[in-house]
Unconditional design. Structure first.
Length: 151
């Protein structure tokens, strides 16, 4: 078996975060190793921090994972999927990108920024060319891009 890419989810306890968890179940490329949420949930097992709203029960591979505070560090992997509410996404996602993480955001907050690619891979993968300019202008090693909707 080939090595999979470790990923984390910001906003893992919310409804959008739960959908990310579901989508990542058994994914051939990604291994979900880190869950982040508010300080209310930090330090708890996922099963105790989140009420599972989707069909079935809390997936076994996340149920006993410890939820981390949504701050860079804390063992967060390089690739982060953000399911954060728009009210808190800007500051937290920016902190992760500044710390060198790749942040793929589901938030509306960054979609209209000129240096943030809105990516639908099947249609506009060339928009990834914006990233070096984003890193240079913002002075960070990581990057941030908004996730496009694909069918």
């Amino acid at each position: 078996m080939e090595t999979r890419i470790e990923v984390g989810i910001l906003g893992a306890t919310g409804m959008v975060g739960q959908h990310f968890i579901k989508f990542l179940q058994g994914h051939p490329w990604f291994e979900l190793t880190w869950l982040g949420a508010s300080d209310r949930s930090a330090g708890k097992k996922y099963r105790d921090a989140a009420r599972w709203h989707l069909d079935g029960s809390t997936p076994a591979n996340v149920a006993d994972q410890i939820v981390r505070d949504s701050k860079p560090g804390n063992g967060a992997p390089k690739l982060m999927f953000s399911a954060m509410d728009a009210g808190v996404a800007t500051e937290i996602e920016q902190a992760f990108a500044q710390a060198g993480h790749v942040v793929v955001s589901n938030s509306k907050n960054h979609r209209m920024e000129l240096d943030v690619p809105l990516l639908v891979p099947e249609i506009n993968a060339d928009h990834l060319r914006l990233i070096p300019g984003q890193q240079k202008r913002r002075g960070w090693q990581g990057l941030r891009h908004a996730r496009g909707v694909s069918s």
